[in-house]
Design a protein around this ligand. Structure first.
Ligand code: HXC
Length: 257
């Protein structure tokens, strides 16, 4: 694996992917996104990986799509951009993704963070969609996911002015679930991943799928989906184990069956 993406683990069920293009503040070029997409394929296929953490450096989670690469593409180049398939791969990942964000999460970097299911931010994090300053606009979900996460007014403010928001504002707005000291961000994200890794895998998978449906479906459809998923879990051995363990006052031993 080329070293613009460092892969650690799995350890205690968690794999950590570290974006590693320090000279370009982890700008997301095709090679890096391709490596991330293939690393997710491996993680998807590995039963010992129950959750994934994506992080960057203390200075930057990712400062956006690679502007130099983007500048070299004309309309047809953008239309046929191989990065689109990589973004779709990240979106399709069935296991929980936790983003541990320090420093700049701008443009495609903010969009990558928003592909995560849980966002943990260091106090120094800055989230923004500055594409408007380049005469372009967000293209990997920035206008769609941001509005669902922080509401229309703040999403418009960010996307139309390009002004970033602080970690505190991101917490208030619901973009991130926790803030911590920058040196503890990764550790905290891994801790959360390990906690998820101890749960019943099929229940985790269906919970992620069901929560995400809330963005795609109206309430009646979403409730129907949730009820079907809840019913499917009644056929799993882990459900029996979870209920038995509670009644026998012991810890459950989940097997993923
Ligand atoms: C390529 C980048 C980059 C980027 C930074 N660099 N961001 N290279 N693409 N997105 C490079 C710089 O050119 C510089 O390289 C090095 O990283 C360090 O950056 P500096 O600007 O010197 O650092 P600093 O002064 O600390 O400023 C940090 C910054 C600034 C505020 C984050 O770099 C910046 O504004 N970056 C661009 C942010 C942005 O506009 N992102 C949106 C991109 S468009 P050299 O070689 O000069 O040292 C996008 C579209 C997504 O994301 C669409 C998805 C489909």
């Amino acid at each position: 694996m080329p070293n613009n993406l460092l892969v650690d683990g799995p350890a205690d069920g968690v794999r950590v992917f570290t974006l590693n293009r320090p000279d370009a503040l982890n700008a997301l070029n095709t090679e890096l996104l391709g490596n991330l997409s293939r690393a997710l394929d491996d993680a998807e296929a590995d039963p010992d990986t129950r959750a994934v953490v994506i992080t960057g450096s203390q200075k930057a989670f990712a400062a956006g799509a690679d502007i130099n690469e983007m500048a070299a593409r004309d309309l047809v180049g953008i239309l046929e951009d191989p990065r689109v398939a990589h973004w779709q791969r990240i979106d399709r990942f069935s296991k929980p993704i936790i983003a541990a964000v320090n420093g700049f999460a701008l443009g495609g970097g903010c969009e990558l963070a928003m592909h995560a299911d849980i966002l943990i931010a260091g106090e120094n994090a800055r989230f923004g969609q500055p594409e408007i300053n380049l005469g372009i606009m967000p293209g990997a979900g920035g206008t769609q996911r941001l509005v669902r996460k922080v509401g229309e007014s703040l999403a418009m403010h960010m996307a139309l002015t390009g002004e970033p928001i602080s970690a505190t504002r991101a917490l208030q707005a619901g973009l991130v679930s926790e803030i911590c000291q920058p040196e503890l961000t990764l550790e905290r994200a891994v801790q959360i991943g390990q906690s998820i890794a101890r749960k019943a895998p099929i229940a985790v998978r269906l919970t992620k799928e069901s929560v995400r449906k809330a963005n795609d479906m109206n309430l009646a459809e979403g409730l129907r989906f949730e009820r079907h998923a809840f019913t499917v879990l009644a056929g799993t051995e882990d459900r029996q184990e979870g209920l038995d363990a509670f009644r026998e006052k012991r810890k459950p031993r989940f097997t993923g069956r």
